[in-house]
Design a protein around this ligand. Structure first.
Ligand code: 3HC
Ligand code: NAI
Length: 686
């Protein structure tokens, strides 16, 4: 099969792009297009070219996998120039998601016909790039300045109808792309579909529009894209040249490396050993426990169209769960995700009761009761009695041993961990924790459930805290160490927010409630190794009843939406330093980020080394989609690759001089650094 095929129908040449799954404009497509144009140009019988694509979409962009590889000619800009210069008019028929390089191909043709349902966009900024095959120059020559600048800088697609209104499409049709292409070719022939050369149109961005967007532009990526768009006031050739230079600069940026990695992380995690196992049907769900998590999980299932039965202990808890779910759905109505009618229909699919027998027909059961092994054992014992054979029995535990929970049932092969993140109907991550007896079918079914709930599932083996919470438990200590050694907590928060986290670790503790961490620390006190440093500042805060936002005070004091530093925290820190004989030192923001990230990378490397995660990219996905990790860094292990593994080894060795217990170079990190390899090399090995 070739990536581009020609079929001639009278005076129309039908040129079909066929490069599954998304018709990315890789090398084969580009060569195919050049050959097709040459072939058709030399055929006197052909008067019009109709370009379209097979499969689910017209070209969804350049082939992202080629970025970072040595460029292969012809490049997409050359192909676009060739299309624009074609002596015979080209009408392009677009369907599916015509994005990035796909839209740039379309912009270079002489007419564009959309097929209903089409979305068109320039998502390059989401990859840290800018349109690099003429998009920033040709789009402003076809549509008004505001539409062009919005598409170029936001990366968001527009609907076919909006594109028709803006003049980006010349016509909108319904039907099969090939049939529409033939009809459109004939319309060009008989003059009912007008053609025009984009290069000959005037640029429509005004100086005022540019100023407005300049004021709004945040960050290097959008600023660079805007700079390219600004060049559309130049003659086309000069504008294209500047766009190319900026594109090459963007390709070399760390932001692009991180964002490209994040794009692939979202998709790579679906590649699991159990992918081909027979997934079971998932019509209905059961949730046990209707607190914070259970209500959120039930909401997620309802939003995916699944009838849900929720079990609580007592009638007032039943009523509370229903109320919480109703509020969650009201939120979805407010955000325009659901109409009021849909909310009422969805609520009609919810049963809340204290009677476990009501779970008998459910296909998947998710337990979200208190984080106590005894309570969970009891619940799973009952589930074993009431649930139908073949039902998935899942626990949403944050830390407990899934194998121990499974062992309380007569069907450990059907038991799995499904670890949602709060709020469960909003957060995209779902850790799928595979027990030693869990069958491949149950794993595959869990991934199917994630898809249904529009979540990103990441496979994890069993360990304390699984992938995410295990790593979190480790690196959280590093911020307390810096606080004790002299860094004000608000500086630590600000430095990490500057790195890209939405919130620093102290603000997060206040938000989540410090009581949970305090209880855990007290529980773990007797097992804490003597060599491990322990920081008491947070305990002092909790002893005052200051658990964070919910008590009006924690590390910060809260007054409505404003927060200020709680001055008592610095006093506790100073008192502890004096008691422990620590002379405070200052940290730069860069030192704070280096220290914190080295701690995160260390435990992340161990999680890969112990094969808790399938690949480094799975760890990255957990942090990107569950822990607010800055997307432009691509995840902790992509950050490690960008920083350099040898640099990280040196940093850890340096920190180990002060604290050799906490700072130990993970064997895998050292091994990769010594071999001159990266975590991404492990991703490629699979
Ligand atoms: N290049 C290479 N591979 C791509 C790709 C691309 N542009 N777009 C998607 N893929 C791959 C995915 O990695 C995935 O591979 P896998 O099955 O091996 O994991 C497969 O195609 C299917 O993708 P999805 O699972 O995402 O399929 P969906 O149907 O859910 O979504 C889509 C389709 C909306 C097109 C989505 O894939 C998407 O948004 N793709 C990226 C679009 C994009 O960013 N285009 C711009 C590229 S940059 C550019 O064009 C530069 C130019 O200006 C020079
Ligand atoms: P929660 O305390 O808000 O809710 C627990 C609910 O379970 C309560 O409503 C309680 O009445 C109910 N319950 C207790 N025993 C029950 C029983 N035998 N039958 C029926 N209902 C029972 O707790 P939360 O935060 O929702 O946590 C639940 C589970 O989810 C825990 O295992 C927790 O570790 C885990 N988790 C919590 C996250 C969070 O951010 N809160 C995130 C991810 C997982």
């Amino acid at each position: 099969m070739t990536a581009v095929e020609i079929r001639k129908e009278g005076e129309v040449a039908l040129v079909k792009i066929d490069n599954p799954p998304v018709n990315a404009a890789g090398y084969d497509v580009r060569v195919g297009l050049v050959n097709a144009i040459q072939d058709v140009t030399s055929d006197d019988a052909i008067k019009v070219i109709a370009l379209f694509a097979a499969g689910r979409t017209f070209v969804a962009g350049a082939d992202i996998r080629e970025f970072g590889q040595p460029p292969k000619q012809p490049g997409l800009p050359e192909v676009c120039d060739l299309l624009e210069a074609s002596a015979k008019p080209i009408v392009c028929v677009l369907h599916g998601t015509t994005l990035g390089g796909g839209l740039e191909i379309a912009l270079s043709c002489q007419a564009r016909v959309g097929i209903k349902g089409l979305k068109l966009g320039l998502p390059e900024v989401n990859l840290g790039l800018l349109p690099g095959a003429g998009g920033t120059q040709r789009l402003p020559r076809l549509v008004d300045g505001k539409t062009a600048l919005t598409m170029i800088t936001s990366g968001k697609p527009i609907s076919a109808e909006a594109a028709l209104d803006a003049g980006l499409l010349d016509d909108l049709q319904d039907g099969d792309p090939e049939a529409v292409a033939l009809a459109a070719g004939q319309q060009v022939l008989d003059g009912t579909l007008k053609t025009r050369v984009t290069a000959e149109q005037d640029n429509r961005i005004t100086a005022d529009e540019l100023n407005t967007f300049r004021v709004k532009a945040k960050g290097e990526v959008v600023t660079r894209a805007l700079k390219a768009a600004e060049a559309s006031s130049l003659p086309l050739v000069e504008g294209l040249q500047l766009e190319r230079e900026l594109f090459v600069e963007a390709l070399a940026s760390n932001a692009h490396k991180g964002l490209k990695h994040a794009f692939f992380a979202e998709r790579a995690v679906a590649h699991i050993p159990e992918a081909k196992a027979d997934a079971r049907d998932l019509e209905s769900g059961g949730v046990i426990g209707g607190g914070t998590m259970g209500s959120g999980i039930a909401t997620a299932m309802l939003l995916a169209g699944m009838p849900v039965t929720l079990i609580e202990m007592e009638e007032d808890r039943v009523a509370f769960a229903r109320e919480t779910i109703t509020k969650n759905l009201d939120g979805a109505v407010k955000r325009g995700k659901l109409t009021e009618g849909q909310r009422d229909a969805v609520l009609g699919m919810l049963t809340c009761t204290t009677d476990m027998a009501a779970l008998a027909d459910a296909d998947v059961l998710i337990e979200a009761v208190f984080e106590s092994m005894d309570v969970k054992r009891e619940v799973f014992g009952k589930l074993d009695q009431v649930c139908k054979p073949g039902a998935v029995l899942a626990t949403n535990t944050s830390y407990l041993d899934v194998d121990e929970i499974a062992a309380t049932t007569s069907r450990p092969q059907d038991v799995i961990g499904l670890h949602f993140f709060s709020p469960a109907h909003v957060m995209r991550l779902l850790e799928v924790v595979v027990g030693k007896e869990t069958t491949p079918e149950i794993v595959a079914t869990s991934f199917r459930l994630a898809k249904k709930l529009r979540k990103i599932a990441v496979r994890s083996e069993v360990c304390d805290g699984f992938i995410g919470n295990r790593i979190l438990a480790h690196y959280r200590k590093s911020s307390a160490y810096m606080q004790l050694d002299g860094a004000p907590f608000e500086q630590i928060d600000a430095a990490l927010e500057g790195f890209g986290f939405a919130m620093g670790p102290f603000a997060v503790s206040d938000l989540a409630g410090q009581d949970i961490g305090w209880a855990t620390r007290k529980r773990q006190a007797e097992f804490r190794p003597a060599e491990e440093r322990y920081v008491e500042i947070a305990d002092r805060v909790c002893e005052q009843g200051w658990f964070g936002r919910k008590s009006g005070k924690g590390f910060y004091s809260y007054d409505g939406k404003t927060r200020s530093v709680n001055p008592a925290v610095a006093e506790y820190a100073q008192a502890e330093r004096e008691a422990k004989g620590i002379a405070p030192r200052s940290f730069t923001d860069a030192e704070i980020v280096d220290f914190y990230m080295a701690a995160m990378v260390s435990e992340a490397a161990r999680v890969v080394e112990e094969k808790i995660a399938l690949r480094p990219i799975d760890v990255d996905a957990v942090f990107l989609f569950g822990y607010g990790f800055p997307r432009h860094w691509g995840g902790p292990l992509q950050y490690a690759d960008i920083t350099g593994l040898d640099v990280l080894v040196q940093r850890i060795e340096e920190y180990a001089k002060e604290d050799p217990y906490y700072w130990q170079v993970p064997a895998l990190l050292r091994e990769l650094a010594e071999a001159g390899k990266s975590f991404n090399d492990l991703n490629k090995e699979g």
